[in-house]
Ligand binder design. Structure first.
Ligand code: NAI
Ligand code: MG
Length: 494
């Protein structure tokens, strides 16, 4: 396979970083390369931001804040709705850009992400008038009411796995609520985010949204530690989430954290059917190489259906086409970068080396042939009795699924909950009573019964345990994460 210029039409050409409404280089002039993970070739050369660039972006945001917070919320909402339509109008260019830089397949992933991005702006744009407070009945001679006020400068740090959608989930609610933002794109996937920022800045006053490109250790850390940033919103690994939270503790700023997962899928014996197999493939996010925090990567199968279910899963999963992310025929694209690819391969090797684990299908990526040109991994399933080996406990962030046998329902739920993560969960059964009892017993922020879908605007999404703090995707998320409440109490007796 080779990805030629003819096969990659109309992807976004970045103009630099967005600071104060202008496209700028980094203060130091240092740059870094962004790579196409499908062929390991460079596709862009981006400014590498550091502390001085964060200072400049914060200064631009600070300047923009007083006017932006004074815009009538309904008017801010209207701007977001215009942004939504402008993103929609360029959704194919955005989708191609996402596929090119992330390796997520255009047809199965990137188009959906581009459309969802427009939807997120639409959803929050429509919510602007919900930024209301309440009156509190403190007595006939007192008027006490609350206001929802913006927090100020929000520092946002996002990952590469669904970069544009995850960026929109910070930008749209934060700006709707009257905040201003300094956002750092992930070093592996800044292009789609810059394209979204380019569209946003055609509608927004300069400085309301500032977008930097660069690495976590310099630009990310400078955002986390900046004294003028009043709120931190982070999506990424639990490990870095802890670093962000420590930085926030130093100056008592609120944090929202959307972190990792090791989500269970619990299949009851009555669900040994094709629809459930399709659901498991969707829940495991095999068509996004399982680089998803909600991946249902621990498959708890009832012992009566263990072998038959895995046979069906093998047949359907091995029918998926791995290849060029920009090719319409492709179902599964590539892992994001060499670091993640190497990490995924190590987990597969660990599984192969373990005597009591059985490889059901998949294995190490091919070392020759077209797929060896990029970071293509192969959907892999290991079967084991145990829930406590490394592959069943750690977030692999690659297409490696661990199947575990169960016979007793209470034991299955105990194993499902035996994780420091608690992001998503999936339950598969025709018995709705059983399904809902399990849904209530599982310690996760989001449980799906008989489906393995993605998030939808309107639902409050976020993690239990070390999967995070706070909720996104919802009105509640906007109000809790991006406003602060002020009480005003007036003595009416004078
Ligand atoms: P990461 O958590 O290191 O990166 C996410 C973002 O944080 C990037 O923008 C990065 O530049 C920034 N960052 C990194 N170190 C930072 C620091 N010290 N201060 C401030 N910002 C910092 O994730 P990475 O290295 O790309 O992936 C490692 C693992 O993290 C994956 O294997 C996966 O398990 C998990 N992950 C989870 C995601 C999720 O959506 N829950 C998304 C991406 C990764
Ligand atoms: Mg990292």
């Amino acid at each position: 396979m080779s990805i030629t210029a003819e096969k990659t039409p109309a992807t976004y050409q970045p103009k630099g970083m967005l600071v104060g409404g202008k496209w700028v280089d980094s203060a130091s002039g240092t740059r870094f390369a962004v790579e196409n993970p499908a062929n390991r070739k460079p596709i862009a050369d981006m400014p590498r931001a550091a502390a001085a660039d964060v200072d400049a972006a914060v200064a631009a945001a600070e300047k923009a804040f007083p006017a932006w917070k004074s815009v009538v919320p309904r008017e801010r909402g209207k701007l977001l709705l215009e942004i939504a339509e402008a993103i929609q109008a360029r959704s194919e260019e955005l989708a191609r850009t996402i596929a090119l830089e992330t390796g997520n397949a255009l047809r199965t992933q990137a188009r959906g992400e581009a459309n969802m991005t427009a939807d997120i702006f639409r959803y929050f744009g429509g919510l602007a008038s919900e930024l209301k407070g309440e009156t509190v009945p403190l007595g006939e001679h007192v008027l006490s009411y609350t206001r929802r006020e913006p927090i100020g400068i929000v520092g946002a740090i996002i990952p590469w796995n669904a970069p544009v959608m995850l960026g929109a989930l910070k930008i749209a609610p934060a700006l709707c609520a009257g905040n201003v933002m300094v956002l750092k794109a992930a070093e592996d996937a800044p292009l789609g985010v810059l394209m979204m920022a380019d569209i946003c800045q055609q509608f927004l006053p300069p400085g309301v949204l500032n977008v930097l490109t660069g690495y976590g250790a310099d630009a990310g850390a400078a955002i986390a530690n900046h004294p003028k940033i009043r709120k931190l919103s982070f999506t990424g690994s639990t490990e870095v989430g802890k670093v962000i939270m420590r930085a926030a503790a130093e100056r008592i700023v609120p944090v929202s954290l959307e972190l990792g997962g090791k989500s269970p899928s619990l299949v009851y014996p009555d669900a040994d059917e094709d629809w459930a197999v399709d659901g498991i493939i969707a829940a495991m996010r095999f068509t996004r190489q399982s680089q998803s925090c909600t991946a249902g990567s621990r498959l708890f199968l009832h012992e009566d259906i263990f072998d038959s279910f895995l046979k069906k899963l093998e047949k359907k999963t091995t029918g998926l086409k791995i290849g060029d992310p920009l090719d319409e025929a492709t179902d599964i694209g590539t892992i994001i970068n060499n670091k993640q690819f190497t990490k995924v391969c190590k987990y597969v090797q660990d599984g192969l080396d373990r005597s009591d684990a059985q490889l059901v299908f998949g294995g190490l990526p091919p070392k020759t042939g077209p797929l060896s040109e990029g970071y293509f991994a192969i959907p892999t399933v290991f079967a084991d009795r145990s829930n406590d080996w490394r592959l069943a406990r750690e977030e692999i962030f690659g297409p490696v699924l661990v199947a575990i046998r169960w016979s007793d329902e209470a034991e299955a739920i105990r194993m499902a909950n035996d994780s420091h993560y608690g992001l998503a969960a999936y339950i598969w059964t025709h018995d709705i009573g059983k399904g809902l009892r399990a849904a209530h017993a599982i310690e996760s922020g989001w449980v799906q019964v008989n489906q393995g879908g993605g998030q939808t605007p309107g639902m409050s999404y976020g993690g239990y345990k070390q999967s995070g703090i706070g909720r996104e995707f919802s009105l509640e998320g906007m109000l809790d994460s991006f406003t602060q409440r002020k009480s005003v109490t007036v003595n009416l007796a004078v």
